[in-house]
Unconditional design. Sequence first.
Length: 255
Amino acid sequence: MRKYFFFMLSFLLIGCGQNTSQNINDAAEAVSVDPALEHGADFSGVWTRDNGAGARAHNSSWSWEIPDMTPWAREQFDVHLPTFGARAVAVADTNDPVYECYPPGTPRIYLHPFPMEILQMPGRILLIYEYDGIMRNIYTDGREHRDDIGVTWMGDSIGYWDQDVLVVETRNMRDDTWIDREGVPHSEEMTVIERFQLRDENSLWIDIEITDPVALNTPWVTSQAYRKTDWTIEEFKCMDNVSFAAWEDQILEYD
């Protein structure tokens, strides 16, 4: 089909020389990108967390206060043994799924101190997280959430542009991930809304709203900030729990 198009374009340009400029304009218009696939802002590049930008998130959770959890969630929370926060335990004693090399899920991935790269293409945005080489597709071509697959680690993400703000809705996430690094649980009914916006060409702000009728009595509203870097995303793969424990022992024994 593509060869046929260029053959016809060449024929028009050669055979109708007096109308060459008009032919070029017509051809360009015919192959232009569908406006529905265009982007409202350019987030392309490598971004790292900007802890001094005033975002609500901190190193291990989305706020300094515990969210308003349902009795079901509180029961789950009480048996989770995180390595961060007021209830932190040693790596050898944790039951945090990431120490078994499972993906952290959405939105927890943003709490891990690794950069991410954003790539934009018509109708789609690709997030490449350095943490464990995780990739996440956000489709902006007008599609609905998929109904032909089960729950996944990072969820099913679709988005749309509100002028220069990218609004993303993520659903269908496995309930064996934690929302944060301090053990807050969620159910498969969780929905995450993210709003990406540039504050300037080197500053990215993400407003995040987490809702879950099974786990949260009220939405957990937070934010995360990033700054652009000239870094390259490097290879990083999860180590097993024994390696984490050995690393922790070295830190504790360091003189």
